[in-house]
Design a protein around this ligand. Sequence first.
Ligand code: FAD
Length: 381
Amino acid sequence: MPVRLSDDQQRVQEFVRRIARERVAPRAAAIDATGEYPQDMFDLLKELGLFALPFPVEHGGTGSMLSACIALEELGRVCYNTAYLLLVQWAPFGALLAGGSEEQKRRYLPGLANGELRAAFSLTEPQSGSDVARIRTRAERSDAGYRINGSKIWCTNASLADFVVVAAKCGEKDGPGSINFFVIERGTPGFTIGKKEDKMGARGVPSHAVFFEDVMVEENQRLGVEGKGFKIVMESLNASRPLIGARGVGLAQGALDLAVKFVKERQAFGQCVADYQGIRWMIADMAIQIEASRHLVYSAAQAVDDGVRGKELATLAAIAKCHSSDTAMKVATDAVQLFGAAGISNEYPINRYFRDAKVLQIIEGTNQIQRNIISRNIIAD
Ligand SMILES: Cc1cc2nc3c(=O)[nH]c(=O)nc-3n(C[C@H](O)[C@H](O)[C@H](O)COP(=O)(O)OP(=O)(O)OC[C@H]3O[C@@H](n4cnc5c(N)ncnc54)[C@H](O)[C@@H]3O)c2cc1C
């Protein structure tokens, strides 16, 4: 069933679209070119209260994943990195909301909602990305709580975060059941931030290695009951996965916007490039794929808002993430093609869309892993 936006959601869309066009778009190229963290964009999102969007009403938000997706789409249409600032705040939020105690929620959620606190989420290690069960970071029981040792890579926002939600194994066992999440605050002795990745896309939001050397955390810094927290937190990622899809829709729409403008202005063989049938069909195919992705993302987000969970949500969210990030890559590739050599030049913005689109097919579970989830759920039915 097509998703109809409520009046409130339409207002969010119009408002964020205007802000994106007027205040975010002019900064996008410089953020990508310098690779510097866009503090001014963070301050803007904070000032506008956008961090709170998907938070439950009692934590100052709208409680609407669909509203959050709409905002992300509009920002992603003009600037991948500014959209990323919202997303990177929302992964630890989802983990805390799903697995956190009342005390942890009181301590961290209001700050995440109003932008006073920044956070990061750290699961990936050098030898294990998709294969989460192979992480080696260990949390050994001690009198005071836990002693954490290990290292992580690709921890996005680590250098700016007030706290990081970190996965570590407890006990002697080695399977996913032994993994738990811990909140580790900046400045905790033994917790250090390593090298910043030099990335081809997503360049404005830093990703770092992080190290834990005899980091002592208290029992109340673990999320959920020992042995159960991992499942709860990972399931919470299904509920935030439509957001990655929304970024794909926004990116693809932005690439199409730029390509259409270019082919309408560019002349070849005595006529406007946009007047060639072959070009028009490319534009039509790009639009068809974007609209299909938008519907998949909105309906997955609506399912989250309607309380759908478990296998049904996992499948819907994986389909939305996979289709929209594949669409972003395909549309951005075609958009570069339509620009000709200008698509390769750094003087034009389109190759930024191409580089950022590739990131979307890899993060938050690669698209192969999404296809594994989808097929597993279908075959098991
Ligand atoms: C910009 C960026 C930001 C990131 N931010 C974070 C972050 O904040 N926190 C965090 O924890 N991680 C983060 N990551 C890491 C990301 O989650 C992992 O890169 C991702 O999960 C894939 O892991 P990997 O790179 O180790 O690839 P691998 O798991 O080693 O996979 C290599 C290839 O094999 C494929 N593959 C693996 N297993 C299967 C299978 N069973 N079936 C089919 N194909 C398979 C993969 O799809 C991929 O194509 C980030 C990554 C990037 C690029």
